[in-house]
Design a binder for this molecule. Structure first.
Ligand code: TYM
Length: 323
């Protein structure tokens, strides 16, 4: 099965990205054909500092490689290294209905947050559809916030096939309920734009500080603590197996639990979980040539995989005027 997904290098990658997408992608790698990419064209819709975009793209590549993405086994690349995706975006644009795009929650949310309304921001889901269709992605692991974007991609693929004949595979979203919305330290969805993230590779001091500031309610120590809509419980549960979760729930429901103690444990759990990757992350960051060579190889593989899909799309819409 061809598993495909992308991530924006528009900030430092966090636990929402990790559990919602990265960790799941890396797990799929053993038994599937994995296509994974860093969407720097998409990041241009919100990042207007060239130096920052360069740096964050490189950092995101290091993060993925350190966490176990194998650039030989899988196809891992930077979106702009396969610029054919922008050509396909144009072909798709003509079957992407205005009404469909106008209903995009993500577009409306971004405008509400003060991001300048631009054509790029509006056309974002069309570029995302091109990302998926250009490589024949069958299953797309994402967090819940991308659900509508996936529906738009499917709609565009169906309309394209209906208008021009069978061209694209219709992709299926892959959202896992347990990690569909990882909460941030304030209880809202963890997101770079809310400033509530726990970063995967944060340094010890700032990670501890952030974990200690996770929002908790004022239930007295000698009363049972809620486990529902409690970001401390939900975040800790991410690092536990089923048995560990049941035990944690039992502890929350037993009077006497102190949130401060749980926060210290959670800090330890996060720090331990990423310990094996942290060293590798440091090594990669210092070996720029290795990382760049891996990305170059990935782009070549991605380009080869894209060629037949793009050629078919060009032919089916009638750009092959020489024939
Ligand atoms: P992005 O960069 O915002 O996020 C990357 C992935 O992380 C997931 N995610 C979360 N999952 C659970 N809880 C959270 N708090 C959380 N925060 C982020 C996102 O759902 C996503 O899966 N438009 C996409 C990138 C993209 C893409 C694609 C994805 C571009 N082209 C093609 C799939 C296929 C985005 O902005 O993700």
């Amino acid at each position: 099965m061809r598993i495909l997904s992308g991530i924006q290098p528009s900030g430092t990658l966090h636990l929402g990205n990790y559990f919602g997408m990265m960790h799941r992608m890396i797990n799929y790698q053993a038994n599937n054909e994995l296509f994974c990419f860093l969407v720097n064209y998409h990041a241009l819709t919100t990042v207007f500092d060239a130096g920052l975009l360069r740096q964050q793209t490189f950092n995101a590549a290091c993060d993925f490689l350190a966490l176990g993405l194998d650039p030989d086994k899988s196809v891992f690349w930077v979106q702009s290294d396969v610029p054919e995706v922008t050509e396909l975006t144009w072909l798709l644009s003509n079957v992407a209905g205005m009404g469909l795009l106008e209903r995009s929650h993500s577009y409306k949310d971004k405008i509400a947050k003060g991001i300048p309304a631009s054509h790029g921001l509006f056309a974002y889901p069309v570029l995302m559809a091109a990302d998926i269709l250009l490589f024949g992605g069958e299953k797309v692991p994402v967090g819940k916030d991308q659900k509508q974007h996936l529906e738009i991609a499917r709609d565009i693929a169906i309309r394209f096939n209906g208008t021009y004949g069978e061209t694209f595979i219709i992709p299926e979203p892959d959202i896992e309920e347990d990690v569909a919305v990882v909460p941030g330290i304030d209880g809202q969805k963890m997101s770079k734009s809310y400033g509530n993230t726990l970063e995967i590779f944060a340094d010890e001091k700032s990670l501890r500080k952030k974990v200690m500031s996770i929002k908790t309610d004022s239930t007295p120590v000698d009363e049972p603590k809620p486990v529902k809509d409690n970001p401390l419980f939900d975040l800790y549960a991410l690092f536990l197996d089923e048995k560990g979760r049941a035990e944690l729930e039992e502890r929350f429901l037993t009077p006497g639990l102190r949130y401060g103690d749980v926060k210290k444990e959670l800090f330890g759990a996060i720090w331990e979980h990423f310990a094996p990757y942290r060293k590798e992350r440091e090594r990669l960051a210092a070996d720029k040539q290795f990382v760049l060579a891996a990305m170059k190889k990935g782009a070549a593989k991605a380009r080869a995989a894209a060629a037949p899909f793009l050629e078919k799309a060009r032919r089916n819409v009638g750009l092959d005027y020489r024939n």
